[in-house]
Design a binder for this molecule. Structure first.
Ligand code: BES
Ligand code: MG
Ligand code: ZN
Length: 470
């Protein structure tokens, strides 16, 4: 059952007591007996609902596992509150927890996130608005407006990734961006099909032209024109077959999520606009399907690019960097103060860090340090990997300015980042995130499926820099 956050505890609210492992020793009377009978030991993410004499739920306990030993563990502890979604019966509840259970706003957010379900294709359809909710007061100090804003952004990202390509191709991704732009009064323009050639986006066109849904570049701006320019660029490959270098079926199965960068960027944009940060926001999404037909681009082709460099295609499956390069080149032309791109760019990033921890790349040490700190504070993991310049020579081409893949296959996520770096010149700070965009195992904050990654951490850094309404 989803959780609705309340700003005050209702008069009839029942307590939800957060306990660490072994904290059950402190329980007394009937609650103690019930905990023992149900083998509730306060393990992380375990929930015990306690019935009264009439059989209705009178109290609940949330297990937090062992006591946090550092800030990262404390923030992770707050996420355990997500386990309450789905387990708390309907009606009013009030959290009783101390500082060892983490930040109150993060607890509130976790409770919203844990209630997410993607039910569009299930009998009964979308969640009906009159479905019973548990109404929970998350504790003093919880900023529930902020928690709701963040949850809405994460849900947008998850919904976009979870929607299969037959309902979310390039055209529908454009519709989603238009809907968001309209909601917040942003200006949007879209360059489609052969106009991409006319307007000098040859690589976006080449990657997307084999699809029945035309390639396009989505471009929206929001905020005061004189505010600092922040530009977000997201890989919007709505499906990645690999192109003529076709993927084997096991690798292709999940490729509806290859627009995960775009979905994350739209979630982050929603957050920035909803909280009114003092920025001139720009969002750029090259939206394409890397498909196969007689018009597909080929291995060995040499493509021109917006930036002027020629790119030899060593592998049509390294398509994300091609569409991003043209979008980054455009973004870079107005010298933004901060330019962030997000992309499900390489399998190599998963080999290095697994699905939960997206690597990021930047030459701005101050931004990297702030991001690392924010990542811990808000429990949104990211990890910096180096833009190791000596590897750039592995992208050399015999006949063009650069190849889209390396000759040796080493350090795939780093060399993809170095490829992108070659299309960035003027942005003051550039950061690239190689995200997975998918949660492969259920957790207290969400089921298996599309996942927002790094946007809460990036938003936290942006709030520090650009807090306040624009
Ligand atoms: N979309 C994939 C990367 C990917 C695969 C992300 C699986 C997450 C999970 C990307 O377009 C791709 O195919 N990259 C290739 C690059 C290679 C051809 C240099 C890869 O990672 O294998
Ligand atoms: Mg690919
Ligand atoms: Zn891809």
């Amino acid at each position: 059952m989803p959780i609705t956050l309340t700003s005050r505890p209702a008069a009839d609210a029942r307590p939800v007591r957060a306990v660490h492992a072994n904290g059950v020793d402190g329980l007394a009377g009937a609650a103690r007996k019930w905990a023992e009978a149900m083998r509730f030991t306060g393990g992380a993410g375990s929930v015990l609902v306690v019935p009264g004499p009439e059989g209705d739920a009178t109290a609940a306990y949330l297990g937090l596992g062992s006591r946090a030993k550092n800030a990262a563990h404390e923030a992770a502890t707050a996420l355990q509150f997500g386990a309450l979604a789905g387990k708390l019966p309907a009606g009013a509840w009030s959290i009783e927890a101390d500082g060892s259970a983490g930040d109150a706003t993060l607890r509130a957010l976790a409770m919203r996130l844990g209630g997410y379900r993607f039910s569009r294709y299930k009998a009964g359809g979308e969640e009906s608005p009159d479905e019973a909710h548990a109404e929970v007061f998350a504790g003093d100090g919880a900023d529930i407006e902020e928690a709701n804003r963040i949850a809405d952004a994460v849900f947008l990202t998850r919904d976009l990734i979870n929607t299969p390509t037959n309902d979310l191709g390039p055209a529908e991704l454009e519709h989603a961006a238009r809907a968001l732009a309209k909601e917040f009064g942003a200006d949007i323009s879209v360059i489609t099909a052969d106009d991409l050639l006319e307007m000098n986006f040859p690589m976006i066109h080449a990657v997307g032209r084999a699809s029945a849904s035309a390639p396009r570049l989505i471009d929206f701006t929001w905020g005061r024109v004189d505010a600092p320019k922040v530009t977000l660029v997201g890989k919007g490959v709505c499906f990645d077959t690999g192109g003529l270098d076709i993927k084997p079926s096991s690798s292709m199965l999940l490729m509806k999520k290859d627009m995960g960068g775009a979905a994350n960027v739209l979630g982050l944009a929603r957050l920035v606009m909803a909280s009114g940060l003092a920025v001139r926001l720009r969002v750029l999404i090259p939206a394409v399907e890397n498909s196969i037909s007689a018009s597909a681009f080929r291995p060995g082709d040499v493509l021109p690019s917006r930036k002027g460099k020629t790119v030899e295609i060593g592998n049509t499956d390294a398509e994300g960097r091609l569409v991003l390069a043209d979008a980054l080149a455009l973004a870079d032309e107005e010298s933004p103060e901060l330019m962030v791109d997000m992309a499900t760019l390489t399998g190599a990033a998963r080999v290095a860090l697994g699905p939960d921890v997206p690597p990021f790349y930047t030459a701005d040490a101050d931004f990297a340090a702030r991001l690392a700190a924010a990542s811990i504070a808000v429990a949104d993991p990211v990890w910096q990997l180096p833009l190791w310049q000596p590897y750039a020579e592995n992208l050399a081409s015999k006949i063009a300015d650069i190849n889209n893949v390396t000759s040796d296959g080493f350090a795939g996520s780093i060399t993809a980042a170095l490829f992108l770096e070659g299309f960035v010149e003027k942005a003051k700070t550039w950061a690239h995130f190689d995200v997975y965009g998918w949660r492969p195992k259920p957790s207290p904050t969400g089921p298996v499926g599309g996942e927002a990654q790094a946007i809460r951490a990036i938003y936290d850094v942006m709030k520090q820099r650009y807090g306040g309404r624009s």
